[in-house]
Design a binder for this molecule. Structure first.
Ligand code: ADE
Length: 263
C-alpha cells in the first residue's frame, strides 16, 4: 500500500537549500514569520521572504545530505520548486572567481556503473544530465544579472579587491556534482577533459536535481564561483562565503521573489 504524503503543490512554498551555515545565515535573518521545523536532524525554516512563502534549510555538504533534504522538502512541505544556492569551483576557463553560474543541466561526475550502464548515467533511470527547469533557470539568471550589475554597491571595493573580483559575470550551463572537494589542478584537468562543457563543480546540485526529477518538481541551482578547483581552492573559503556568496544569494533571491509580485 502506498503511504500518503504531501505532493508538490502549485501553491506550496519555495524550497531554498544551501550546504553551509554561512550561506543561509543572512537569509534567515530576513524571513518574516519564521518557524523552525526539525526533521531528520535538520532545521527547516518556514516563513516568507519578499512576500513569498519559503522553506529555507541547511542540507549540509554532499550528495546524500542534499538528496535527503530535497526529499523532505517535497514530501513533507509540498514545495512547488527547489533552488540550491551556494558556491562552486570553476572548471571552464571563462568562468572566474566572483562569477555566478546558473544551472541549465546537472550531472553527477562520480557516478560510473560502466560497463553495466553508460558512464555518468543513473542506473535504471536512463538519465545522466538532469535538465534544470528552463523557466526557473531563466528567471534566476535574470535576477543574477540584475544583482551583479553594480558589484561595487553589492560588495564594496575592499571585498572586490580582497577576492580579485573585477566585473563579475553570469553564466548558464552544465554544473557537475560529486562527493569530493576538487582542490588539485590535476583533478580539475581530468574533469575538464572528461566533461569539456562543464562550467563548475560542486557537491550537491545534481543529487537534488535527481530527486526533483523523480517527483516532477522544478529545480535550478545558482552557484557563486569561490575558487578554481585547483591547489588554491580552500584559500579564504569561509570569508568568501560570508562576504561574497551570501550577499549574492540574498540579492538574487530577493530580485527573483519580488518579481513574482509583478503582474
Ligand atoms: N564547492 C566550492 N568549491 C568547490 C570545489 N573546488 N570542489 C567541489 N565543491 C566545491
Amino acid at each position: 500500500m502506498n503511504t500518503p504524503s504531501a505532493q508538490p503543490h502549485a501553491n506550496g512554498p519555495i524550497g531554498i537549500v544551501a550546504a553551509l551555515h554561512q550561506e543561509i545565515s543572512e537569509l534567515l535573518t530576513l524571513l518574516s514569520d519564521a518557524q523552525r521545523v526539525r526533521i531528520g536532524n535538520r532545521d527547516f525554516w518556514t516563513g516568507a521572504f519578499e512576500g513569498q512563502p519559503v522553506v529555507v534549510v541547511l542540507s549540509r555538504v554532499g550528495k546524500v545530505a542534499a538528496a535527503t533534504t530535497a526529499a523532505v522538502l517535497i514530501t513533507h512541505f509540498g514545495v512547488r520548486a527547489v533552488v540550491f544556492a551556494g558556491v562552486a569551483g570553476a572548471l571552464a576557463p571563462a568562468v572566474a572567481v566572483g562569477d555566478v553560474v546558473v544551472s541549465s543541466e546537472l550531472l553527477q561526475h562520480d557516478v560510473d556503473a560502466s560497463p553495466l550502464f553508460p558512464r555518468w548515467e543513473i542506473p535504471l533511470m536512463g538519465v545522466a544530465r538532469f535538465a534544470a527547469d528552463a523557466a526557473l533557470a531563466a528567471a534566476l539568471r535574470q535576477s543574477a544579472c540584475a544583482a551583479l550589475a553594480d558589484p561595487q554597491a553589492l560588495l564594496g571595493p575592499a571585498v572586490m579587491q580582497a577576492f580579485g573580483i573585477a566585473a563579475p559575470q553570469v553564466h548558464s550551463g552544465l554544473i557537475i556534482s560529486g562527493d569530493r572537494f576538487v582542490c588539485t589542478s590535476a583533478e580539475s584537468a581530468v574533469l575538464r577533459d572528461a566533461l569539456p562543457d562543464a562550467l563548475a563543480v560542486e557537491m550537491e546540485g545534481a543529487a537534488v536535481a535527481q530527486v526533483c526529477h523523480e517527483w516532477g518538481v522544478p529545480f535550478a541551482a545558482i552557484r557563486t564561483i569561490s575558487d578554481r578547483a585547483d591547489d588554491t581552492a580552500s584559500v579564504d573559503f569561509a570569508q568568501f562565503i560570508a562576504q561574497v556568496d551570501s550577499r549574492y544569494s540574498v540579492a538574487i533571491l530577493r530580485n527573483w521573489l519580488s518579481a513574482m509580485h509583478a503582474p
